[in-house]
Write a protein that binds this ligand. Structure first.
Ligand SMILES: [Zn+2]
Length: 429
């Protein structure tokens, strides 16, 4: 018996550290649950949810044993919807976030309005222009299918120039689920724009709205940054994930953003814990960004105000929305990182992680982009088009719909890549 115990101990000592203290799925789930809870109100600006979330992340980095944790504050202008949010159509109350939502840069709107529906089946430009000039349509709101108005944007722009469109405001129809696109109302336009599902307004005669917006100027928010010291300091690896999301739509509705991007935030927090316990070869930086859903504001601020020379970055991993169950993973790479794609593929195949790594062209869709533009080697990992993706930017992206199956393979893909590329690095001079 004694001999068995001794040999088990000897075996445990031989196991690499990664196996005993690597990915931590229960911890990942706990963080996702926490960040997507009502306490953080969708990690937006109106109710300071993003600030509370930043504090939580700061504490978790500290608890994880990071060598340094700092806030990097910056300011942004942002349109928010903290107050009244009611809309009824012909006396029927609609549900905020489900039947209707707001264009991010829309002002609030109060009152009762007749509706003028753009007839998309018999699209007659002259008739529409004439109708909108009629006195009885003077105070109406115009209802139009969004994609249709987009397709005929030249015509609608002309009307707009003449001050005919929209008269009072616009109601764009969009098939459910309604997305609260981006929270980047860095300005507020003069007439309201409301998104509504087509069924909610079909054939309707009037709407009654009581919707409040609040434009926050110079709102102070922060990136939360942790560092884990490596054995050498002539290069570093960087992990990024945004922790902000869309916040509120009125008093009752918030956007939990469990997949987008509590999932990525939880991933980099557990990576920080792992590397704090297993000293890496190179320094590691963990950048939890604010302002991503407000047009990549936190990451853009960081590349303009870096706290270490960006040229030191050996590789950057941006993790945004891995809370889905597509067996393949999506990625984008910067030009300077692309040479490493075969290495990611080799690791993926060797360890049987994802059925494929689907590489798409680089786009300005998440926080890797400002770094890619600066020539930093990087990869953006996202799991999309699984069962969680349909809830993207809706109030249903929550702890019930988020998936956690991609967490372990993403963790393994990244940590194995770092292992192999650190191993292949030149020795310190
Ligand atoms: Zn995101």
């Amino acid at each position: 018996m004694k001999r068995i115990i001794i040999s088990l101990l000897a075996l445990a000592a031989l196991l690499p550290a990664q196996i005993s203290q690597a990915q931590d799925l229960p911890r990942f789930k706990k963080i996702v649950r926490q960040l997507s809870s009502a306490r953080y109100q969708g990690r937006g600006y109106a109710k300071d949810g993003v600030r509370k979330a930043g504090k939580y992340i700061y504490r978790q980095f500290s608890k994880a044993g990071a060598d340094e944790v700092i806030y990097q504050p910056f300011t942004l202008d942002i349109n928010t919807f903290p107050g009244k949010m009611s809309l009824s159509v012909d006396g029927r109350e609609l549900e905020a976030g489900i039947d209707f939502s707001m264009r991010e840069y829309s002002p609030g709107v109060q009152g009762e309005f007749a509706l003028y529906h753009i007839d998309t089946l018999n699209f007659d430009q002259e008739k529409i222009a004439a109708d909108l000039q009629k006195p009885e349509n003077a105070g109406c709101m115009v209802v139009c299918d969004f994609l249709y108005s987009y397709k005929h944007s030249k015509f609608f722009r002309e009307l707009q120039k003449e001050g005919l469109y929209p008269n009072t405001g616009l109601i764009f129809t969009w098939a459910a689920p309604l997305k609260f696109y981006k929270a980047y109302g860095e300005k507020v336009i003069d007439k309201p724009i409301i998104w509504v599902t087509p069924e909610s307004v079909e054939g309707a005669k009037s709407v009654k709205a009581d919707i409040e917006n609040e434009f926050l100027k110079g709102y102070e928010t922060e990136n939360v940054i942790a560092k884990v010291n490596g054995r050498r300091h002539d290069g570093c690896y960087v992990f990024t994930a945004h922790y902000d999301h869309l916040g509120n739509l009125g008093k009752k509705v918030y956007y939990p953003g469990a997949n987008d991007n509590a999932s990525g935030t939880a991933t980099i927090l557990t990576l920080a814990e792992y590397y704090a316990k297993n000293q890496p070869e190179y320094d590691m930086y963990f950048l939890a960004f604010s302002g991503e859903d407000a047009n990549l504001r936190g990451s853009t601020f960081f590349v303009n105000n870096p706290i270490f020379p960006l040229e030191q970055i050996r590789f950057l991993f941006n993790i945004d929305m891995i809370g889905d169950d597509n067996p393949a993973i999506y990625c984008e790479m910067s030009d300077n990182g692309a040479a490493e794609f075969p290495n990611f593929e080799a690791i993926n195949k060797e360890q049987g992680l994802f059925t494929a790594i689907d590489r798409a062209p680089l786009a300005a869709n998440s926080d890797h982009y400002p770094f890619a533009e600066r020539g930093i080697p990087c990869i953006f990992l996202m799991n999309e088009n699984g069962s969680a993706f349909k809830h993207y930017h809706t109030p249903n992206d929550n702890f019930r719909t988020v998936k956690s199956g991609s967490y372990v393979p993403v963790f393994k893909l990244i940590s194995s890549f770092i292992d192999s590329s650190s191993r292949n690095a030149e020795p310190t001079r």
